[in-house]
Design a protein around this ligand. Structure first.
Ligand SMILES: [Zn+2]
Length: 276
């Protein structure tokens, strides 16, 4: 089974605007369509069984409506695995239980985690503002799936550094954490120092060499870091629509790793994490 744990799609009515905004923010164009229909067709073509949809709320008032959209998407198509949207400032004026209520609403639909993006949502993972959310994630057994490291032409400073994720792991050892882009896009020296071998999941999204000239981890470094971290803590992800799933599968398969490691990374680990 092949599971892509890192994809982005948008509701049809905002798809064009979303694609345009992404080009503006990242400076690179999507290589595939940004709606559910395009992703589903792409999965057929590439032999991917399930894709995890990661929604990002850029303002707190978007959280509920994005989650309602995710729930409707999941009820229409069982090939998608959804994560919920969450925002550092979600419901700061209301009672704390409302965060838990939203997590429970997601959980009832089988959703096992939420996506947070330090660079789009302007927070440091280890700042006090986040702690009420982390406590709620632990209480409701939800995975915190973070964008990690750089990746954005507008960034003057990276909020989600390996050092800050290390501080989160130290303070919240019971929280399930995934740091995308192998622990931190273009921060891999820091990953080695602060996160490698710790109890944290990584994905492989946007780390392979690509002819678009973006920063990448060389194959021999990936192999060495997989072996040092543990292949049971690494999930295959692509960052669709910025990368094609077939090319990324080929990139993973050509690594000098045991077949059993590749099978874990390509699907077995994600099946366990997301309850497939
Ligand atoms: Zn992404």
């Amino acid at each position: 089974m092949i599971i892509d744990c890192h994809t982005h799609i948008f509701p049809s009515r905002i798809a064009q605007k979303a694609a345009h905004d992404l080009v503006h923010l990242y400076g690179s164009s999507p290589v595939a369509g940004v709606t559910a229909a395009y992703l589903s067709e792409h999965m057929d073509h590439c032999g991917v069984d399930r894709s995890v949809i990661l929604p990002v709320a850029t303002t707190p008032d978007q959280v509920r409506s994005i989650n309602t959209w995710i729930l409707s998407l999941l009820s229409d198509c069982d090939r998608f695995i959804g994560l919920g949207a969450m925002h550092p400032d979600f419901n700061t004026v209301g009672d704390v239980e409302t965060v838990g209520d939203e997590l429970e609403r997601l959980k009832k639909a089988g959703i096992r985690g939420v996506k947070l993006h330090p660079e789009f949502q302007f927070f440091y993972p280890d700042e006090d503002r986040m702690f009420r959310l982390y406590e709620a994630f632990i209480e409701h057994d939800m995975l915190a799936f973070f964008h990690a490291g750089g990746g954005g032409t507008w960034l003057k400073e990276i909020h989600g550094t390996p050092e800050r994720f290390e501080a989160v792991l130290d303070s919240f050892p019971k929280m399930k954490v995934l740091a995308a882009h192998f622990g931190g896009y273009d921060c891999w020296v820091g990953v080695e120092k602060h996160l490698l071998g710790r109890d944290i999941l990584f994905d492989t999204a946007y780390i392979f060499r690509s002819d678009d000239g973006t920063k990448y981890l060389p194959d021999d470094e990936i192999v060495r870091m997989v072996e040092a971290h543990g292949s049971d803590k690494i999930l295959f992800g692509t960052d669709y629509p910025f990368r094609r799933q077939d090319i990324e599968i080929a990139n993973l398969i050509k690594l000098d790793l045991d077949d059993s490691d590749k099978e874990r990374i390509l699907g077995e680990n994600a099946a366990q994490v997301f309850g497939v």
